[in-house]
Ligand binder design. Sequence first.
Ligand SMILES: Nc1ncnc2c1ncn2[C@@H]1O[C@H](COP(=O)(O)OP(=O)(O)OP(=O)(O)O)[C@@H](O)[C@H]1O
Ligand SMILES: [Mg+2]
Length: 500
Amino acid sequence: MDKRIPMLKMEGVSKIFPGVKALDNVNVTAYGGEVTALMGENGAGKSTLMKILSGVYEKNEGKVFIDGTEAKIKGIKSAEEYGITIIHQEMSVLNNLTVAENIFLGNEKSNKFTGKINNKELVERSKLFLEQIGCNIDPNKLVGNINIGEKQMVEIAKALTKNARVIIMDEPTTALTEVETKSLFIVIENLKKKGIAIIYISHRMEEIFTICDRVEVLRDGKYVGNALIEDIDKDKLISMMVGRKIEEQIPYRDIKKGNVILEVSNLCSPQGVNNATFEVKEGEILGVAGLMGSGRSELAKTIFGEYKKTSGKIKIKGQEVDIKNIHEAIEYGICYLSEDRKKEGCVLNLSVADNMILSNLKKYENKWKSIDKNKAMKDVDYYIEKMKIKTPNREQLMKNLSGGNQQKVILAKWLMLSPEILIVDEPTRGIDVGAKKEIYELLNELKKMGKAIIMISSDMAEVLGISDRIMVMSEGKVSGELLRGEASQESIMKLAVGIN
Ligand SMILES: Nc1ncnc2c1ncn2[C@@H]1O[C@H](COP(=O)(O)OP(=O)(O)OP(=O)(O)O)[C@@H](O)[C@H]1O
Ligand SMILES: [Mg+2]
């Protein structure tokens, strides 16, 4: 038993949403100067618990203690007064203000005599806060001109101006490049040195074992327990999260490949595709690796008709095609699961069922040109069950689902189209370990049905694990191809950074 007084203690916390008991008597502690990982499957209640802590939601039961004293959190402002800050994934920084202005937003010290805010002082003070986290962005820069990783730093610096003692990060690295993630980890180390308690949520296991000191685990809204990182390993943590062992986490199926179904030659687009040439066969998973910004999503969007190609050819089953927009792409049997699912993938104010059948209306049209609701709902229910989508029913609004479960719905939507060529962009980002395996099995099933799958992914283990062949991109070009078996993390990285 740890004898220290925790910086944060949440005791017996419960939260009920209509039809869902999201949290049931949960206890979580976090210590100053440490990173506490909050782990659990999609829908386990992690974000809800953190929203309660940061004053976004009210709890139904339970108590919160900060430094041994009970904190009566009444809203976001009140949580901030207790020193609790959440770094939101949808950044709350304002693009048309400078870094300095953002850091002191709502907190500016005006000149006592003139009532004006002294910009020079603002910039100088911002520098001090940015320095504390080891970050050297120019405070005069417009926030609209800095990248996502830097925006996160601005939010963290802003938290420090409010004397934050508990900083919550809910899946902070999902939109970051490898380099940005490394910088974030350095900032986290600096926050630890300042004695701040950090609560860290992520589905990326390696991150947990890199920067966390302790883990707290939830399962299905209930408290499972905690452990010191040094006392557990990945398998043990997974079994705490899902209540069982997961054998064969990344299952590969060896299936005989058929004919070439998609042939791309010398494809170029101004968005960042430079002479790409490759092919995919029926029954094949082509993994596409590369650094962020290497043109992988741009390649996908060009094939999918979202971006215009300026030159090059695309052939489907030997026939040259000229795809002008995404509707035509879908007609040709191509589907693209975008990496930016919030923006491109779903309608938050519609139900789970509607989201799934939205792009599939043609498929469910009966001879009277109306929707065969029975058939559609049968498919909807099949996928809810198959992908273990956590929702009380198919009528639940999408916005009430946890992040990972929203992703599963969008993936289901594309699978329901049973495309000939499926392009998936970061298909398991934000998805828990158990559900990841389900998704791999679904991709394997499609492969078995003779479909061609292109899987863009930054998750090395996943690319190496389920691809038949791996194509690596660098600066809009295909920098190399590796067969399953000859590919390794090193050989992929070499091609990704452009070393041959
Ligand atoms: N506003 C809401 N209305 C109804 N149900 C909700 C609401 N917010 C969350 N839930 C439900 O509460 C449960 C917990 O969701 P939560 O977002 O906390 O999960 P999570 O652990 O963060 O999952 P993920 O890893 O997918 O982000 C889920 O069943 C979710 O559907
Ligand atoms: Mg969440």
